[in-house]
Write a protein of this length. Structure first.
Length: 104
């Protein structure tokens, strides 16, 4: 295993594996704080060699706002999370967590 200077470098390198990226995002989205999801998406996009400027341009988001979101200083809106997911190659879906009543 190669040595890394810091955890962020290790994390970005490990997220180059699509399965690792998926599992990382899946865990991040389990948290109630959308800032966790935004931070995870930031790392996944870094692993795919996106700069904040490229993210802003391709996701049609404000670059200054992205810096605040990625630093945790601003809570991301749903549209921001959705745009970042799309850029990373993912879509947000909904699924049943409980069995629905039969009379619906």
């Amino acid at each position: 295993m190669p040595k890394f200077k810091d955890y962020d470098t290790y994390l970005v390198e490990s997220l180059k594996d699509p399965n690792e990226a998926f599992l990382y995002l899946e865990a991040a989205f389990e948290d109630d704080d959308p800032r966790i999801a935004a931070s995870a998406l930031d790392y996944v996009l870094k692993a795919r060699n996106y700069s904040v400027k490229q993210i802003a341009e391709q996701a049609h988001l404000n670059r200054e706002h992205l810096y605040r979101v990625f630093s945790g200083k601003s809570k991301p809106e749903f549209t921001t999370i959705k745009a970042l997911c799309h850029l990373a190659g993912y879509s947000l879906t909904i699924q049943n967590s409980k069995t629905l009543p039969q009379n619906l």
